[in-house]
Design a protein around this ligand. Structure first.
Ligand SMILES: [Zn+2]
Length: 410
């Protein structure tokens, strides 16, 4: 086997393509493979597959996997045909996708690396520009989205995530398997509504539950686009408890201002203990709370109300779930603690959606998992230069997409 046969086999070439020449360019530090097309006659139009006459050639170069220590380039004169319907058009080659400057094998290797490392690291590793690596990622996502089958989604989780400090947000929509389906701009009504508008009617009708925070924007979008929304919207437990935690914190901060000097510092130091769930309260947190509960009595009262709310998420019947929450509400609204009363009113107004979450047993746990992984991604990438790159990166890593290029049939 000579080097021409060897590269033909490595590149999996078949007629009309063949390797014409292989050069080791030690001066330029690369291996150059020259491929030619053996057809004298007519070629198929890549769009309509009709046999068409040749028009001319275009010289092109692709980066391929390295040959040992040498970067390897494929050179070829690619015929253009003249189709009656599609005009002058370049034919497809089996080693690369249309418009890519890299072979499919090279793109697949870069995709493997992008799964493990940041764009910066991959661009250094392959001596590629940042834009080239970014282009490979964007093509991978577009490829995955194009072949994705959105047959049925039973559960949706809607969550916001910040792109940058200073209120730059995107809305993340994920499914029951914890895979990101779509990333939309901002966290407005239109953000979620435009996702609903992009779905077919049968996909929309198949959605049984939608888990979200009590954001008026997401509620309004769902009301406008989903039938029976009042039975499908589930307000996420994590967000409800987060709002209550904020209220407890406000009560603690305001109370600290009125405490004798010697108690302010211990109350400040205990700030995270008051926000822990019962399951994560360790001995040291319990000690802090019991040492302060007779001094910071407002904080202790707010904390008890919050702890009680954490225990009433486990009902099967709407009747008992509603009854438990109304009992909680009557305590919270009479607490004489303004931040708690504000949350109590909001919970009462949205109780229908909390009850849905309880009986359907739905929450944003999967979405929160994605959220924390996105935070790791942001740290690894040291921020994202623009919104589109951020969105593309989320779909690349968490979309469950088939990202790899397929072999193009000759
Ligand atoms: Zn055509």
């Amino acid at each position: 086997m000579d080097e021409l046969d060897l590269y033909e086999q490595i590149l999996d070439l078949s007629a009309p393509w063949f390797v014409e020449q292989v050069q080791l360019n030690q001066h330029d530090n690369n291996v150059a493979i020259f491929i030619a097309c053996d057809l004298d006659g007519r070629l198929n139009c890549p769009k309509c597959k009709v046999l068409c006459p040749r028009y001319d050639f275009r010289q092109r170069v692709w980066r391929h996997l390295d040959t040992c220590q040498y970067p390897t380039l494929i050179h070829a004169n690619i015929p253009r045909i003249e189709c009656c319907e599609h005009g002058v058009i370049q034919i497809e080659v089996p080693w690369a996708e249309d418009k890519s400057r890299f072979t499919t094998m090279f793109e697949s290797l870069v995709i493997d690396w992008l799964k493990e490392a940041s764009t910066n690291a991959v661009s250094r590793r392959f001596k590629l520009s940042w834009n080239a690596v970014d282009g490979i990622m964007a093509r991978a996502v577009n490829r995955g989205l194009a072949c994705r089958k959105m047959s049925a989604i039973k559960h949706l989780a809607v969550d916001e995530v910040s792109r940058k400090k200073g209120h730059k947000y995107v809305t993340i929509i994920s499914n029951e398997k914890g895979k990101v389906i779509e990333v939309m701009d901002d966290r407005k009504k239109e953000s979620l509504a435009s996702f609903y508008h992009s779905c077919t009617k049968s996909v929309l009708n198949g959605i049984e539950t939608i888990s979200m925070d009590m954001s008026p924007a997401y509620i309004a979008a769902t009301k406008a686009c989903i039938a029976d929304w009042e039975e499908k919207i589930c307000f996420d437990r994590f967000h409800v408890m987060q709002d209550l935690n904020k209220a407890v914190n406000e009560v603690r901060k305001s109370e600290a201002r009125h405490l004798p000097q010697g108690f302010r510092e211990p109350l400040h130091r205990s700030r995270f203990s008051w926000l822990r769930s019962k399951e994560t309260l360790k001995q040291k947190h319990k000690k802090q709370i019991s040492a302060l509960k007779n001094i910071a009595i407002k904080t202790a009262r707010a904390w008890s109300i919050r702890q009680y709310a954490a225990t009433i998420w486990d009902y099967r019947s709407r009747y008992w779930a509603k009854k438990a929450w109304m009992k909680w509400y009557s305590w919270a609204i009479r607490s004489r603690l303004q931040p708690i009363k504000i949350q109590a009113k909001s919970i009462k107004n949205n109780l229908w959606g909390i009850v849905n979450a309880i009986v359907h047993k739905k929450n944003n746990a999967g979405a929160e998992g994605i959220n924390s992984q996105i935070k790791v991604l942001k740290v690894k990438a040291r921020g994202f230069r623009n919104k589109e790159r951020f969105k593309s990166s989320i779909l690349f890593h968490f979309g469950g997409l088939d990202l790899y290029p397929k072999k193009i049939p000759t």
